[in-house]
Ligand binder design. Structure first.
Ligand code: IMP
Ligand code: MG
Length: 175
């Protein structure tokens, strides 16, 4: 599967092991709750399905689509592209499943947006975090990997050329 110019940052085996750990922790924490898994389209779908297939807790699934504009990074504008219905959030134990927290702008926006729908509890699970890029503090309750400031591709992460989301590992190009 390995593509030219791409180096492996996190291998399939490392991802698999981390997902097992996260799934067993989440099973403990969400047992007996009215869980809604809120997955952030499109990138986090890969992480969401592979993580939740390892879990035993009952859960509902919901999806939301937001977009951030790289070109206007200074303004950090986040736009809601497709909302989630209130009935899947209100009174539920909501776990946001996201692919990455980079500047923190997207998740800061999303956490406020979902809080306004009155969940019983709200937590964030992110596969990856780039702490050196943070502009807004975001509490990550469940984290897969902390990574340096590299632009990653694969396992849901897309680049401007597209078509590489389905690589089974997380790779990077030098920035
Ligand atoms: P934020 O800066 O935390 O708001 O993240 C915005 C979005 O940028 C993320 O949801 C990703 O879609 C994208 N992103 C940030 N870093 C990377 C990367 O290394 N590879 C691919 N997409 C990224
Ligand atoms: Mg994203």
């Amino acid at each position: 599967h390995k593509m030219e110019n791409l180096k492996v940052l996190i291998s399939e085996e490392e991802i698999e092991k981390k997902l097992e750990e996260l799934a067993s922790q989440l099973d403990k924490d969400y047992e007996g709750k009215e869980t809604t898994i809120l997955s952030v389209l499109n990138g986090a779908v890969f992480f969401t399905t592979e993580l939740t297939l390892k879990m035993k807790t009952k859960m509902q699934f919901a999806f939301i689509k937001i977009s951030s504009y790289e070109g206007t990074e200074s303004t950090g504008k986040v736009t809601l592209k497709s909302d989630v219905s209130n009935s899947l959030i209100e009174g539920k134990d909501v776990l946001i499943v996201e692919d990455i927290v980079d500047t923190g702008r997207s998740m800061s926006y999303l956490l406020e947006h979902i809080k306004a729908k009155n969940p019983k509890s709200l937590k964030l699970c992110s596969l990856v975090s780039k702490p050196s890029r943070r502009e807004i503090e975001v509490p990550i309750d469940y984290l897969g990997f902390e990574i340096p400031n590299k632009f990653i591709i694969g396992y849901g992460f897309d680049d401007e050329e597209g078509f590489r989301r389905n690589l089974p590992y997380i790779g990077y190009k030098e920035v």
